[in-house]
Design a protein around this ligand. Structure first.
Ligand SMILES: NC(=O)c1ccc[n+]([C@@H]2O[C@H](COP(=O)([O-])OP(=O)(O)OC[C@H]3O[C@@H](n4cnc5c(N)ncnc54)[C@H](O)[C@@H]3O)[C@@H](O)[C@H]2O)c1
Ligand SMILES: [Zn+2]
Ligand SMILES: [Zn+2]
Length: 392
């Protein structure tokens, strides 16, 4: 089959690789019909290079049709139309039972000290072959799938794999009070979907922040205000809008690719050029997160408010402003999305009325063979690219 593989820092290619096969009775194979590129893939593309191996198949936002099932995949059947959650979870362990599928104890990576395995997500998360490919092997398939109706285009459902549950969890964890103010920092797919979900479900004022023209414009219809980091003093504007207090809740939908952290950026770049084992140690222990977005969340939230982190951070030794966090009495919630936990809440919104605008959410629909160019354009935020759906 054809698949998108990681080949080196800022280098992916489309190669012919062996078709996946059933290895465990709980496996299924799906024929992929749509598979997205995600902001998280950009971490692998560059920042987390040390955890990747040449030939690793990337991608974690796939949907398709079941081609083959093992002997223990419960009610999953050949021919079912399914979306595959980005986290691989069993559905029956302690963590899954508590709605924490991203911490599944069956697929946790204890050797790495990390949570549930993720598709296409490096040595940190199980080195499982990803979904930017013609076929995908789904482990724990008895639970790691979302059955979707036969009717409606793929793009009505494909964002159930990641964007929708991640943004939904981001909004839930932000715990914005009735009539309150929610600032969303970063208006990529996750941040802009969080704005849509908050505007649709919550009685609150949504303020979006970014520094890329078309991303600000995309969010505008769903926000009371958008603030352009390039021209505005974000803290001053938010203070003005909140009687000087700051926002009740802030979602950081940026993570470690944040613009405005030059020292960390240089360290990460350097780690990508080191031998992998050394680079891994640098990334895990030397503290090379780019904390610009987190720091602005800490500054923008009011005393006693809540920060919800959707953006992914990777270092372990960065100085975090504990004094301000403590003094302002801030609550923080974070983590990979527990995809299956939110699906029943989201599915009813994926209807003909399309209240979240999922069917027009993608900016680019491309064949799998265009993936290398798409990664480059997406990283540089060129050509108005915000969300890419690849069609294998
Ligand atoms: N928690 C989860 O389960 C989960 C799931 C998917 C994605 N993510 C993470 O969410 C983050 C966003 O993902 P995405 O797909 O929307 O990616 P993206 O890279 O397209 O979006 C990030 C946005 O932040 C903006 N930005 C950069 N620096 C900024 C700054 N200092 N202040 C304000 N805005 C800034 C960028 O212009 C961009 O629009 C990534 O870190 C990704 O890994 C987490
Ligand atoms: Zn994703
Ligand atoms: Zn589990």
């Amino acid at each position: 089959m054809r698949a998108v593989t990681w080949q080196g820092r800022r280098k992916v290619s489309v190669d012919t690789v062996p078709d996946p096969t059933i290895k465990e009775p709980t496996d299924a194979i799906i024929r992929v019909t749509s598979t997205n590129i995600c902001g998280s893939d950009l971490h692998l593309y560059e920042t987390l290079s040390a955890f990747m191996g040449p030939g690793d198949i990337i991608g974690h936002e796939a949907m398709g049709v079941v081609e083959e099932v093992g002997a223990q995949t419960a009610d999953l059947k050949v021919g079912d139309r399914v979306v595959i959650p980005f986290n691989i979870s069993c559905g029956s362990c302690f963590m899954c039972g508590h709605g924490l599928q991203s911490q599944c104890e069956t697929t946790q990576n204890r050797d790495q000290g990390t949570g549930a395995s993720l598709f296409g997500f490096s040595k940190l998360y199980g080195e499982v072959a990803g979904g930017q490919a013609e076929y995908l092997r789904v482990p724990q398939a008895q639970y790691t799938h979302i059955k979707v109706p036969e009717d409606g285009p793929d793009e009505r459902y494909v964002y159930l794999s990641d964007v929708l549950p991640t943004a939904w969890q981001g909004v839930e964890y932000a715990n914005v009070p009735d009539g309150g103010t929610l600032v969303v920092v970063g208006l990529g797919p996750i941040g802009s979907m969080a704005c849509r979900i908050a505007a649709h479900r919550k009685n609150c004022r949504v303020i979006g922040v970014d520094l890329v023209e078309e991303r600000l414009n995309r969010a505008r219809p769903y926000c009371a205000e958008v603030i352009d980091l390039r021209t505005d003093d974000v803290e001053a504007v938010v203070a003005d809008l909140t009687e000087g207090r700051g926002a009740d809740s802030v979602i950081d939908a940026v993570g470690m690719e944040a613009h405005g952290s030059p020292v960390a950026a240089a360290a990460q770049t350097a780690s990508g050029f080191l031998p992998s084992s050394v680079g891994r140690a640098v990334m895990k222990h030397a503290g090379v997160d780019r904390l610009a977005a987190l720091n602005s969340a800490i500054a923008l939230v009011r005393r006693g408010g809540t920060i919800s982190l959707s953006g992914v951070y990777g270092g372990a030794a960065d100085p975090i402003n504990m004094m301000t966090l403590f003094d302002k009495q801030i609550t923080m919630r974070m983590g990979q999305a527990n995809v299956k936990h939110w699906v029943d809440d989201i599915l009813p919104l994926l209807n003909d009325d399309d209240p979240l605008g999922v069917e027009s959410f993608a900016t680019h629909r491309l064949p799998l063979s265009d993936a290398p160019a798409a990664y480059e354009t997406f990283q540089k935020k060129e050509d108005g690219m915000v969300k890419v759906v690849l069609k294998p």
